[in-house]
Design a protein around this ligand. Structure first.
Ligand code: PLP
Length: 483
């Protein structure tokens, strides 16, 4: 353990070769066949620490700002290792099992959900959305007199409503749940990428006239592209009016509610029937930790129960009758989602909250929001940079725009230039943002969630974008002159 820990430290702190550029060092090991005689634990640890670990990904680097993925801080990594043997599963009456439930309640309260919202962990926003929409499906179909989990969907034609900016795991959930990806209605957004609730209402009412069964209205609290927060109250009230389930996808952005400067943008969250949040994004746990919250876990049970099984029959008592930890499984999380075996995940969330406290976590969130605002500000003040959004959370979208290019007529050239710029950033600098499209324009998109990022890096990043842009634009002018 100690050697592996030091290997991870070295990975983060010492210069290293990129995994592709240095592939000669690990390919020969990775491609070896299974040995007849094992190498033993000491040699295995050597291989891990000396060859495999140094050739990992840049995702945990302080300059990695691509997509919205993860950047585990130290406490949750230690907590996950601490759980791995003492509590490999989340069930049975142990300290870990209690922490699983307490951490869900703590997380709910941290992100502004009422005490009535009860949760279950899963592996990520994808599964968390699936579980939430499974509850929505159960709710909608039961109202139509059908138990979809037990009996299938019958001839019902369902519909879901979400903006064009929604994360595509919502469409996939609809596919997996048998509703069909194509039943997700693409609701248009305004120029700030927020769902248009009036358009949503028109689509819903048309579908009702056509005899469709509305399953859920989805609002995103922090879109993956730009961090936009949908008008939750308007969507929630529309859902109430029609008795339709209201789901909020806060996988990335929900912890943003801790920043009191923008808390009011989450107004309407109290109307949600289900909410998801990914601690492995902005709360810096290891990847594999998401939570789904609903008002009524009995609905999750009806949607996801495995039904009684012989291999468990008679093995357990009710938790209140337990004398020892093996007497009861505890809260039946396995019946609230799609996983039976699962590591305890609450221990990581609990570790972050114990270590940082509400104040520490809040400080991280505010700092990250400040960084996106700073990028936008620096870009606006630079003669050849452009900020393409007003950041709502910790995502900025900018592009380089050389003198003499008119975006209205020469958008494609600007897109090409910025795409080339992104490649050079990723290949030549410590910074790895990703890209998106904002109102039709290609944008370089840093998303700040990594606890190891520094303010100096943020300023240097903007200067680097400008410098690379100048070089690329200069090259192009020279190339055109030579033609
Ligand atoms: C990242 C993200 C997801 C998917 O979460 P994973 O943990 O990557 O499975 C869903 N919704 C939103 C808004 C996201 O940002």
């Amino acid at each position: 353990m100690g050697r592996v820990g030091r290997g991870i430290d070295a990975f983060l702190t010492e210069p290293r070769e990129d995994a592709v550029r240095g592939r000669a060092a690990w390919e020969s090991l990775a491609d070896l066949p299974v040995p007849d005689e094992g190498v033993g634990i000491d040699a295995l640890v050597d291989e891990l620490v000396d060859v495999v670990v140094p050739h990992g990904t840049r995702i945990s680097d302080p300059g990695f700002w691509g997509f919205i993925t993860t950047g585990p801080s130290t406490a949750p990594v230690l907590a996950a290792a601490a759980a791995s043997v003492p509590s490999p599963q989340r069930y049975l009456l142990t300290a870990f099992n209690r922490i699983e439930e307490r951490s869900l309640d703590m997380l709910a309260s941290l992100v502004g959900l009422g005490e009535h919202m009860k949760g279950v962990y899963s592996s990520g926003g994808s599964v968390a959305n699936l579980v939430a929409l499974g509850a929505a499906r159960q709710h909608a179909f039961e109202r139509a007199g059908i138990d979809p989990a037990a009996d299938g969907l019958g001839g019902v034609r369902p519909a879901l409503y979400a903006s064009t900016e929604v994360h595509h795991t919502v469409q996939r959930s609809a596919g997996v749940l048998g509703l069909g990806r194509s039943c997700v209605r693409a609701v248009p957004t305004d120029r700030a990428q927020r769902a248009d609730p009036a358009a949503m209402a028109r689509m819903l009412e048309q579908d009702l006239r056509d005899g469709r069964l509305p399953v859920a209205l989805v609002g995103t609290a922090g879109t993956t592209n730009t961090g936009a927060i949908d008008p939750l109250r308007a969507i929630g009230e529309l859902a109430r009016e029609h008795g339709v389930w209201f789901h909020v996808d806060g996988a990335y952005g929900l912890p943003g509610i801790l920043d009191d400067r923008i808390r009011d943008r989450f107004d309407g969250l109290d109307l949600a029937d289900s909410v998801i949040v990914d601690p492995h994004k902005w709360l810096a746990t290891q990847v594999g930790v998401a939570a789904t919250f609903v008002r009524d876990r009995a609905l999750l049970y009806r949607a996801f129960t495995q039904e009684p099984a012989e291999y468990l029959e008679g093995s357990f008592l009710a938790p209140e009758d337990a004398e020892v930890s093996m007497d009861s499984m505890g809260i039946p999380y396995a019946d609230f989602g799609v996983e039976l075996s699962s590591p305890p995940r609450g221990i990581q969330v609990w570790a972050v909250l114990r270590e940082q406290g509400v104040r520490g976590v809040t400080e991280r969130i505010r700092t990250d929001n400040d960084r996106a605002a700073r990028v936008a500000d620096l870009a606006r003040r630079h003669p050849r940079l452009e900020s393409l959004t007003e950041p709502e959370l910790s995502i900025a979208c900018l592009r380089y725009r050389p003198d003499g290019i008119d975006p209205a007529t020469d958008g494609a050239r600007l897109d090409d230039l910025n795409q080339a710029l992104l490649r050079r950033l990723v290949r030549e600098t410590p910074y790895v943002p990703s890209a998106t499209v904002v109102n039709g324009a290609y944008a370089i998109r840093p998303c700040f969630i990594n606890t190891r990022t520094t303010d100096d890096m943020v300023d240097d990043f903007v200067a680097t974008v400008a410098r690379l842009g100048d070089e690329l634009a200069g090259d192009r002018v020279a190339a055109e002159a030579a033609r």
